[in-house]
Design a binder for this molecule. Structure first.
Ligand SMILES: [Zn+2]
Length: 137
């Protein structure tokens, strides 16, 4: 998946900054906080612009937002953006390496039961230790 294509598909101008940030999320499976992202990207994007961009990507379901048990907010690419306009998949975060993966979608009958509530964001975050980190122990 390519950021430029994705942005255009969803009616956004594919500016170089937007492409760089979104591509970073697409290629990485790590959830990143605003501060972490600032260190990773090469272009100088000021804090406020970056904050606005993240918020915009989140509002438009390019990114999912994660608030972990330490109250840290991070973002991860929403791999299911092509399949659904609502981010309703559970996530798993490894407390050791901070990798975040998307767990399988919730059962259809469960999602149906949410429809009458007009939920547009659902956060289920499982925290624990991933297979790789278990092996290293
Ligand atoms: Zn891990």
């Amino acid at each position: 998946m390519d950021a430029k294509q994705l942005l255009k598909q969803h009616g956004f101008r594919a500016t170089s900054h937007r492409c760089e940030v979104l591509n970073y999320f697409i290629k990485s499976n790590q959830a990143l906080t605003h501060a972490q992202l600032e260190q990773k990207i090469k272009s100088k994007i000021d804090r406020v612009s970056l904050y606005r961009m993240l918020h915009c990507f989140y509002e438009n379901n390019f990114l999912a937002k994660i608030i972990d048990s330490n109250n840290n907010t991070s973002y991860i690419f929403n791999q299911q953006i092509e399949n659904t306009d609502k981010a309703t998949f559970p996530l798993f975060k490894c407390k050791t390496c901070h990798t975040v993966i998307q767990l399988p979608q919730l059962p259809e009958n469960y999602l149906k039961s949410l429809q009458s509530k007009n939920i547009d964001k659902l956060q289920i975050l499982a925290e624990g230790t991933c297979e790789n980190c278990i092996k290293k122990k």
